[in-house]
Design a protein around this ligand. Structure first.
Ligand SMILES: *[C@@H]1O[C@H](CO)[C@@H](O)[C@H](O)[C@H]1NC(C)=O
Ligand SMILES: *[C@@H]1O[C@H](CO)[C@@H](O)[C@H](O)[C@H]1NC(C)=O
Ligand SMILES: *[C@@H]1O[C@H](CO)[C@@H](O)[C@H](O)[C@H]1NC(C)=O
Ligand SMILES: *[C@@H]1O[C@H](CO)[C@@H](O)[C@H](O)[C@H]1NC(C)=O
Ligand SMILES: *[C@@H]1O[C@H](CO)[C@@H](O)[C@H](O)[C@H]1NC(C)=O
Ligand SMILES: *[C@@H]1O[C@H](CO)[C@@H](O)[C@H](O)[C@H]1NC(C)=O
Ligand SMILES: *[C@@H]1O[C@H](CO)[C@@H](O)[C@H](O)[C@H]1NC(C)=O
Length: 289
């Protein structure tokens, strides 16, 4: 087995019984951070090697989706720019308790709510964590889903469904429809001990232009969400099963803070209610709360 220097160091520290907290700058794993170069490999390599992975203030890293594991911190003080290439997003099963990916806006017009889309898969989120504990996403930078670009997620969904109300000049065009739902920006499922937070009140983490729901902790415990700025001209952040949400500014066109425990029969069968939630000091900009 060939081991990198970082792995050897970790092994040495482990052998010595030292629980060193290993903080890595993504640049040390080869990230270019110029806002153009695909830094997916560098970011994944850093996440595989380090407890805390930092995108520093002056770097903008373009990346495909990332998963965090237990006892891990992703610190974004610069920018994490989501890849706009759908093929980079693996397809995964719908959220348990949801049963389907619920993205009719982007599916062909003849797809029905209870039709062939049930059970359909979805694109993995930009940042996810599954069956993990003690996971944090923090910083004073921005995680940008970049969904508003031409031929991006929103543009295609709009072309797929055509104008609403219908307009013969702008008919639905299935060439732009998706076969699986759009990615969420941040998704956590079965995570115990989750923090998503800016640096402080007044120095928030900005979650921007998510292709689909912005921040969804599902079936998770001990969740703290605070000091965020969530913006999107269209589409929705859905925040569910969240223990504490505070000092959040939301300006978008759908729900601001939304508590759920599943959808219809899927949620009833799973039977994991949302409980013990504190929501404090939320500013909802545009249309809904
Ligand atoms: C993240 O983990 C989920 C659940 O295991 C998986 O379906 C998805 O493909 C993973 N995403 C990436 C980018 O590996
Ligand atoms: C959880 O993560 C923090 C860093 O956010 C770390 O300091 C701590 O040791 C971890 N806790 C456990 C129980 O592993
Ligand atoms: C929806 O329409 C497309 C073509 O317009 C067709 O290929 C597909 O089979 C239809 N699906 C259903 C469920 O009717
Ligand atoms: C994650 O946890 C859930 C709930 O305990 C369990 O049903 C599921 O099988 C787990 N998935 C994995 C990949 O461990
Ligand atoms: C949008 O549709 C075009 C044409 O089908 C495709 O090339 C592009 O990858 C799609 N973008 C997304 C984000 O699905
Ligand atoms: C409430 O949150 C806003 C950010 O949306 C922040 O500017 C303000 O200082 C917070 N108020 C308190 C009392 O923390
Ligand atoms: C919300 O954002 C829109 C632009 O998308 C802006 O016109 C509006 O002033 C914002 N509202 C607040 C309360 O910041």
């Amino acid at each position: 087995m060939v081991m990198g220097a970082a792995a050897r160091l970790r092994l040495a520290l482990f052998a010595a019984g030292a629980a060193a907290w290993n903080v890595c700058d993504v640049a040390d794993h080869g990230a270019v951070g110029d806002g153009q170069t695909d830094d997916s490999r560098a970011l994944r390599s850093a996440l595989a090697a380090c407890d805390e992975v930092v995108i520093p203030r002056h770097r903008s890293c373009v990346s495909g989706p990332l998963n965090l594991t237990s006892n891990q911190v992703l610190r974004v003080d610069g920018a994490l720019l989501a890849s706009t290439i759908p093929a980079q997003y693996p397809l995964m099963e719908p959220v348990v308790g949801y049963g389907w990916s619920r993205d009719t806006n982007c599916f062909p017009a003849n797809s029905t709510r209870r039709g062939f889309r049930e059970g359909a898969r979805r694109h993995a989120p930009v940042v996810g964590a599954y069956n993990a504990s003690n996971v944090s996403v923090v910083g004073g930078g921005v995680i940008d889903g970049r969904a508003g670009e031409p031929l991006g997620w929103w543009d295609n969904c709009t072309r797929c469904r055509g104008a609403r109300p219908p307009d013969p000049a702008f008919p639905p065009d299935e060439a732009f429809c998706l076969a699986a739902s759009r990615p969420k920006l941040l998704e956590f499922q079965y995570v115990t001990g989750l923090t998503v937070a800016g640096n402080a009140v007044g120095d928030p983490l900005h979650l921007k232009d998510s292709p689909f729901w912005t921040l969804t902790p599902s079936y998770s415990r001990n969740v703290r969400v605070r000091d965020l700025r969530i913006t999107a001209p269209i589409r929705t952040p859905g925040i569910g099963n969240t223990d504490g949400v505070e000092n959040v500014y939301v300006n978008n066109s759908d729900d601001g803070v939304c508590m759920k425990s599943g959808l219809d029969g899927f949620g009833i069968n799973l039977a994991i209610p949302t409980e013990d939630v504190l929501v404090r000091n939320i500013t909802c900009g545009d249309r809904r709360a």
